[in-house]
Write a protein that binds this ligand. Structure first.
Ligand code: MG
Length: 330
């Protein structure tokens, strides 16, 4: 590892993983944090889930959202991915000298509106101002309550389970990249809290084995991480993975792979085969889940391998994102 932090350390790919392992996980070492889940399950009066995330996206306002909405969605969704009901949020704002107060007001309003939508309360906060160039950064921590019988974890994926996605891939990443490049198109961020979707799945008694929101690093990185954590092989059908025509065109134009493009309002669910069609129906009837579908299966093949099969009979092995995955999207 180099002596200084490089941009690549924020990519969400291999370099980020190595930085986290070498610096943070080593020092903060404990059995809860070491599971590296979307949020930690800790004992208490009942069980609570706790998570934190920092948001450094530029621009701070973009089609389909802004850093305020994003900062609630990211944290709420990480709590939901352990089957928690999100309850409390903290807000740490780091503002660079020169940041527009008008923009800040819009962002914080959006944050409050999204908290209402997600039915969480922002219960603690902190603001710091530093020298800089007008940037706005937000950190949120979140706490959620987990019912006694809920057990959702990466390691619960079993051979025969079905892999589902809740909608189209790459929308948020393409929206941010388009804004950064000044490209005029209709692509909007999918940034959304998935409270309704996860609540409906659990409420209907679907035996959800694993949930993971598809963020930095994209679907390919998420699948690889889940396959590794569960010690299973995942096999997906390329043609079943939903991508909007606009995002597909955008990726084609720039030579990008939508499977490595992040979202901020989509999830992967791993469910028993017997309940897969019910689960898809429930997600489709939930807010932000209209394009849900099955994309593949968990098998007892080579542990940790993710195979993507193409329509013409080819296959490729998916790995975690290598390289930077610019721009900063969350
Ligand atoms: Mg996550």
């Amino acid at each position: 590892m180099k002596d200084t932090i490089q941009m690549i350390h924020g990519s969400g790919g291999r370099a980020t993983g190595e930085l986290i392992a070498d610096v943070f996980a080593k020092e903060f070492d404990n059995d809860v944090l070491n599971q590296m889940e979307d949020s930690a399950l800790v004992p208490g009066a009942g069980r609570i889930a706790i998570t934190t995330d920092s948001f450094v996206v530029t621009p701070v306002e973009f089609r389909g959202g802004d850093i305020g909405r994003l900062s609630i969605c990211g944290t709420v969704n990480d709590l939901l991915m352990r089957g928690a009901v999100p309850k409390y949020i903290t807000c740490g704002a780091i503002l660079e000298e020169g940041a527009s107060i008008e923009v800040l007001k819009r962002v914080i309003h959006s944050m409050a509106q999204t908290a209402l939508e997600a039915d969480v309360r922002i219960v603690a906060g902190d603001t710091k101002v530093i020298e800089g160039h007008g940037g706005i950064y937000i950190n949120t921590a979140g706490v959620g309550f987990v019912k006694k019988d809920v057990d959702i974890s990466a390691e619960n994926a079993k051979a025969g389970d079905v892999l589902l996605v809740s909608g189209t891939m790459g929308d948020h990443h393409a929206a941010i990249l388009g804004e950064r490049m000044g490209i005029e198109n209709e692509i909007a961020s999918d940034c959304a809290p998935l409270v309704d979707m996860v609540g409906n799945l659990l409420g209907a008694g679907i035996e959800v084995h694993t949930l993971r929101d598809v963020t930095r690093g994209g679907l390919a990185t998420v699948l690889k991480e889940l396959a590794t954590a569960s010690g299973r092989e995942f096999v997906v059908e390329d043609e079943n993975i939903p991508v909007t025509p606009a995002v597909r065109d955008f990726c084609g134009m720039l030579g990008l792979d939508p499977l490595y493009m992040g979202n901020e309002g989509k999830l992967v669910a791993i469910v028993p085969e017997a309940q897969a069609s019910d689960a898809i129906e429930i997600i489709r009837n939930s807010r932000y889940g209209a394009d849900a579908c099955a994309i593949g299966r968990v098998t007892d093949g080579e542990p940790g391998r993710v195979l993507a099969k193409t329509a013409i009979g080819g296959e490729r092995i998916l790995d975690v994102l290598e390289g930077e995955g610019l721009p900063r999207i969350c």
